[in-house]
Design a protein around this ligand. Sequence first.
Ligand code: NAI
Length: 269
Amino acid sequence: MAYNLLKGKRGIIFGALDENSIAWKTAEKVHEEGGSFVLTNAPIAMRMGSINQLAEKTNAKVIPADATNVEDLEKLIDEAQEILGGKLDFVLHSIGMSINVRKGRKYTDQNYDWTHKGLDVSAMSFHKLMQTLHKKDAMNEWGSIVALTYMAAQRVFPDYNDMADNKAFLESIARSFGYFYGKDKKVRVNTISQSPTPTTAGKGVKGFDGFIAYAEKMSPLGNATADECADYTLTLFSDLTKKVTMQNLFHDGGFSNVGVSQEVMESFQ
Ligand code: NAI
């Protein structure tokens, strides 16, 4: 159901790789709600994914950009404003990657070149993105910036590996930048801490099937889906949440506040 929540709003959506991506679902729903946007992803992901189908469906232009490269970000932000006809109201950072996870290196045996790359892609890119937007004064007042994160930033999930540290850094950047962006430009910055979700990035984590099944049994409302995450993101892009900023918002069916559920206990009795 559409409510025209984002009518007349303009933005940039990072991270739609394929139709399972959280960013893909978000783009579809932003379009339904009347928002217009530019889609972007790393040049290599464009060759692997199917972003052009999404672009056609949502009437969006695609601009390749490596989110770790400030020059790419500058070009993206300039071109997006030109294409959309003005400053931006919303930005979604839906980007994550760890080479240590991908190549099965343990947390206690990291290849630090890979750790560094993962940190740059998954966390520092968020700072680079906001610093570039801020310097260019590219956001309208009361605009909204959202990044996606996971609860391994607060609690240990062994197979999440160095992504846990990347997410802790990402959430901290949201708080710190949110302060300055709020003061200077009345722009809000939040992270959504999402349930495990079967996407390319999600399924790349070792033991993902066990992980998602366990979370489902622990969450009173069950795991939040990618579609539901997109719905939540819309509310944060809308004018209905103007004073929500510098928050890490759990979107996890209640998982983060449960010690143990009846179902999980029963499996031990
Ligand atoms: P996905 O694999 O569909 O999306 C990850 C995206 O990051 C891809 O589109 C990829 O091309 C992009 N990316 C990687 N390197 C990049 C670079 N250098 N520049 C620009 N883009 C780059 O997976 P998903 O799950 O939709 O991931 C989106 C976000 O949600 C990530 O931050 C992820 O950590 C987060 N998240 C995912 C959960 C899950 O279980 N799937 C749970 C909680 C958070």
